[in-house]
Write a protein that binds this ligand. Structure first.
Ligand code: IPE
Ligand code: MG
Length: 235
């Protein structure tokens, strides 16, 4: 969710104004997922690297996060959204942890949309954590090193059983991954738009989905193979 700062700057306002406007895009995108039947959504809200920002901005982001969770939790419950946190709890403010716990608990039965909120998240750190968890199992003898597979790594990431993302949307025209779901995006389609996050609403999301629908996902195969598989699937 990039571009809040630039959006505010263009309006001669402070960065927090941009983050506030970004909340409405979050709501719009969640609404679209529910309406269009998109079952999984991951929002990259605060990275490990975002701690380098001025503390006043970080504080404002937590305030906004709290306000959002507080105001939107009943709405999320009502619409069957299941909230899950990905990232490290350690380092997050206590009240944020408490609100997250509450959101996770109260939405646990939601089955319309699985919403992963990446907070204090870093892809590399997630992989390090997975390696440590796996190493512990090897050390204690419950896991044989030769049995370690892609699936083993998958299940030790925060994202666990959640399927790899089909589409990664990058707003504000940046051509980089910024430590987001590094392992999981191996075959993800990437969509980059110049639109700044606060302007990313239904129309822009639809454009991204339509662009995705025109892609041919080959996963290493040839075009002919993909077509043959599709025909076999239809018959
Ligand atoms: C939102 O956009 C990112 C976070 C919520 C941390 P930015 O704050 O990075 O906006 P720009 O890149 O300065 O425009
Ligand atoms: Mg940015």
């Amino acid at each position: 969710m990039d571009g809040n700062g630039r959006w505010a700057k263009k309006r001669f306002r402070n960065r927090v104004y941009g983050h506030e406007a970004g909340i409405d895009s979050v709501k719009a995108v969640i609404k679209c997922c529910l309406e269009w039947g998109i079952p999984y959504l991951t929002l990259y809200a605060f990275s490990k690297e975002n701690w380098k920002r001025p503390s006043s901005e970080i504080q404002a982001l937590w305030q906004l996060m709290k306000r959002f969770l507080h105001a939107e939790l009943p709405v999320l419950v009502e619409h069957g959204v299941r909230v899950v946190h990905i990232g490290d709890r350690e380092g997050l403010p206590e009240d944020i942890c408490r609100l997250l716990d509450e959101a996770v608990e109260k939405t646990a039965c939601g089955s319309s949309l699985y919403l992963q909120v990446a907070l204090n998240y870093g892809g590399r750190q997630e992989i390090v954590r997975a390696v440590r968890l796996i190493a512990e199992k090897v050390k204690s003898g419950v896991l044989d090193p030769s049995a370690i597979s892609v699936e083993t790594i998958n299940t030790h990431l925060f994202t666990g059983e959640v399927p790899d993302p089909d589409l990664l949307i990058r707003t504000s025209g940046e051509f980089r991954v910024s430590n987001f779901l590094l392992w999981q995006i191996a075959y993800t389609e990437i969509y980059i738009t110049d639109v700044l996050w606060p302007d990313f609403r239904e129309r822009e999301f639809l454009k991204a989905v339509e662009d995705y629908q025109r892609r041919e996902r080959r996963f290493g195969m040839t075009s002919e193979q993909v077509e043959a598989r599709e025909i076999a699937h239809l018959s």
